[in-house]
Design a protein around this ligand. Structure first.
Ligand code: HEC
Ligand code: HEC
Length: 313
């Protein structure tokens, strides 16, 4: 059974890679296809994982491909896929700010305030759960949530699918990427997830020092800082640094006392909202510290302005 599935998948991939016979024959029968110019072939794309990051297993079903990346980039930056036509994923996850924004709290459609700070999307492929409270376990299900979320893009599922299915550019790109058939929420999730698997950050001076053993990559004071970070200050207990790679997160949830009112009450219950476990009150996922100078302000509520203030905290 497994071998059969693999053979079918391989056929699909080959088919996408070299121009699809089935599509051509469909075109002869179906006037809808006949009226459109033939689809351009899709080609696989090799993503080189930077030094300092673990290997990535790209799903057999969804290898990175030329048409796929064109589609995914378009979906990610398309403001017309929000309720008021003003917000895209890229509005909040802006590459200029390491795929975050420079706001304390995100602003969604109709200038509505989100309750949390936008996290960077660098290296999200390695996360075991998504969002500050880890409420979503897979990258595919996470990827469609922002389109539908009233604090972000606020489109009803049917409206999102209608806008995509009515658009001939999206029809072509989805068909080149996934083969024929209507555009579904599942395909949108798979497309965005494939894009997220390419947002990688590594190969920094730190990575050359840590993973390649290049002792001269860091200055003396930077190397002493790293020693402090890993050993004496024990930051790396949570912001983990391995020998071969470093993600700067343990993927776990901790309460650091951020977001407490003057009366000592929590403004956001964090992980507790997912588990209903008292120990998780006010606990949030450890964020990565890569590209940290570009992602200010800091913490789940964006309440700390500068890195110096985080260290004091
Ligand atoms: C209005 C601003 C806004 C928009 C638009 C937006 N996001 Fe986000 N994103 C956020 C915020 C805020 C969070 C944290 C939410 C939470 O933890 O509850 C987040 C979290 C995420 C995460 C989880 C990261 C992690 O570290 O767990 C991913 C992945 C993500 N968004 C991808 C997307 C994609 C893909 C889109 C478009 C479909 C999108 N976002 C649109 C603000 C936004
Ligand atoms: C017990 C685990 C733990 C330890 C130890 C720890 N952190 Fe964190 N760190 C977190 C968590 C969790 C957050 C997010 C807290 C929140 O938003 O409520 C965080 C947030 C941060 C942020 C803000 C990142 C952002 O994108 O908002 C910085 C910077 C930071 N930590 C640096 C450090 C440094 C430096 C040390 C050592 C002195 C350290 N941390 C020790 C768990 C930890």
């Amino acid at each position: 059974m497994r071998r059969f599935t693999l053979r079918v998948l391989a056929a699909v991939v080959l088919c996408l890679a070299c121009g699809c016979k089935t599509l051509e024959s469909l075109g002869k029968l179906d006037p809808f296809h006949q009226s459109r110019p033939p689809l351009q072939p899709n080609r696989p794309v090799v993503i080189v994982v930077p030094v300092g990051l673990p290997r990535i297993e790209y799903p057999v079903m969804d290898p990175p491909s030329e048409a796929g990346l064109e589609l995914e980039r378009k979906l990610f930056y398309d403001k017309s896929l929000s309720a008021d036509g003003q917000v895209s994923c890229g509005s909040c996850h802006n590459p200029r700010y390491a795929f975050s924004d420079n706001r304390s709290i995100a602003i969604g459609v109709g200038f509505k305030k989100h309750r949390r700070h936008t996290p960077s999307l660098f290296n999200v492929v390695y996360l075991k759960s998504f969002f500050w409270d880890g409420r979503t376990p897979t990258i595919e299900t996470q990827a469609v949530e922002p389109f539908l979320n009233p604090e972000e893009m606020e489109l009803a599922e049917q409206e999102l699918l209608k806008r995509l299915n009515d658009n001939s550019i999206y029809q072509d790109l989805f068909e080149r990427t996934f083969g024929p058939g209507p555009i579904s929420l599942l395909k949108v999730g798979r497309a965005i997830a494939t894009f997220e698997r390419t947002i990688l950050s590594g190969h920094s001076l730190f990575d050359k020092f840590n993973s390649l053993g290049n002792r001269r990559a860091l200055s003396g004071s930077a190397a002493r800082g790293l020693d402090l970070f890993v050993n004496r200050a024990r930051c790396a207990v949570c912001h983990q640094v391995g020998k071969e790679y470093a993600l700067f997160t343990d993927g776990l949830f901790h309460n650091l006392g951020v977001g407490v009112t003057a009366k000592g009450e929590l403004r956001d219950l964090g992980r507790y909202e997912v588990t209903r476990n008292d120990a998780d009150r006010g606990a949030f996922k450890t964020p990565t510290l890569r590209n940290i100078t570009q992602t200010r302000p800091y913490m789940h509520d964006g309440s700390i302005e500068s890195l110096a203030d985080v260290i004091e905290f």
